[in-house]
Design a protein around this ligand. Sequence first.
Ligand SMILES: Nc1nc2c(c(=O)[nH]1)N[C@H]1C(S)=C(S)[C@@H](COP(=O)(O)O)O[C@H]1N2
Ligand SMILES: [Mo]
Length: 325
Amino acid sequence: MLIKRSPNGIELPFSSEITPRAVFEARRSFIKQAAIGAVSSAALLEMMNREAFAQGTHPKLAGKLNPAYSALDKQTAYKDATTYNNFYEFGTDKSDPAQNAGTLRTRPWTVTIEGEVNKPMTLDLDALLKLAPLEERVYRLRCVEGWSMVIPWIGYSFSEIIKKVEPTGNAKYVEFISLADNKQMPGVSSRVLHWPYTEGLRIDEANHPLALLTLGMYGETLPNQNGAPVRMVLPWKYGFKSAKSIVKIRFVKDQPRTSWNLSAPSEYGFYSNVNPNVDHPRWSQASERRIGEDGFLARKRKTLMYNGYNDVASLYTGMDLKKFF
Ligand SMILES: Nc1nc2c(c(=O)[nH]1)N[C@H]1C(S)=C(S)[C@@H](COP(=O)(O)O)O[C@H]1N2
Ligand SMILES: [Mo]
């Protein structure tokens, strides 16, 4: 995909480059042709590996709308939310995850929860889906790169998991670990990040009801490129804090090392709360571009403290948020 690099390093794609419906339709007819033997099986396999971009191609997943935790902002188009992604396990271009994540096998899938808990457990997808009532929550997601989306996620508060595993008194932090399998994830062979992708929260942050254990979006299970089959969504923090395709959750005594912090500690702090007053060393965080709302000549929106989720402010009273960025 053609990228225009702005002076501050933020990538600005032209909206015309987002896969148009016509391309999707072309793939459909391509698959039909393949069925009658008109194209090679290698080409067919490559095509099948691509994740579908249209809504309605994933199993339905219903959640009861939680209006108290839902933004009224216009929702990002499904196509934009599923073709403009960061998921470095599948490549570093925004279009790579949609192109490459078809190789991810999301069933069977288990999440192992261990460490400082009285009840360590390994849960499969069905157990995760049944653990608590599913809710729909429309959250703003603000990427540290300066763009944002509004997505109707489906899941439940991570606090439901915490209740279930009973952390010990030593559990001060929670570590989220993504799958890192180079057979399914071509990007894991490159050294752009420390694999597995690891993120973390202080336990009181993880216990905040806004922290969403996420299993679906737009009324369906998660597309692979959005972190199937289970991810976190932390709307008051920069997007990279919300780990995708999680296989392990550890309750620990000490603040965990995280992938982005390891790769550039002065740029990506452990807390990484959305904060328009604390600039990234290479660009301002005062404003953002809403994906789908504007093209290359971006109409900028003001970025809000905690991405507008002021509910979380009490977690940080007395902390210098410039120091703990
Ligand atoms: N495992 C993993 N999780 C990840 C990432 C990643 O590269 N690998 N990228 C993060 C970043 S930078 C962002 S902005 C969000 C993007 O989520 P979305 O593609 O569903 O919008 O996922 C986050 N979670
Ligand atoms: Mo991001």
